[in-house]
Design a protein. Sequence first.
Length: 134
Amino acid sequence: MTLILIGLSGGGCSLSRPESAFAKMEDAEITGTISPPPEREPTEADLAFARNAASDVLTKGSKDSSQPWQNPQTGARGSVTPIAKSYTADGGRTCRDFLASYVNGRTERWLQGSACRIERGRWDIQTLKPWQQS
């Protein structure tokens, strides 16, 4: 019995399979990679919601606060957070910078903006553009 086992293990068995037993991929069946959907740009309506949230959070004037926003028609959403302290701009206006998040589907990005105070304590959004890290 031992000799039989030694003979089998040392003899090396091979098994042949017909080629048709396994599927072969032809060149015509090979496809490209799946690319992610294109990023969505904020619509003007999305930016209007973000601007309103920025004006609201800056008007409240509370430190370390954020204001959420959402556009129910496009599904875009985010929040606006003031950064740094207010400063005096040309013309003596009080201004402040902020960051706004933008999320729509798989698109996520940050926008940076600045606003200056106008009548009755409201804020006028001066700029709102994609955030550039420095």
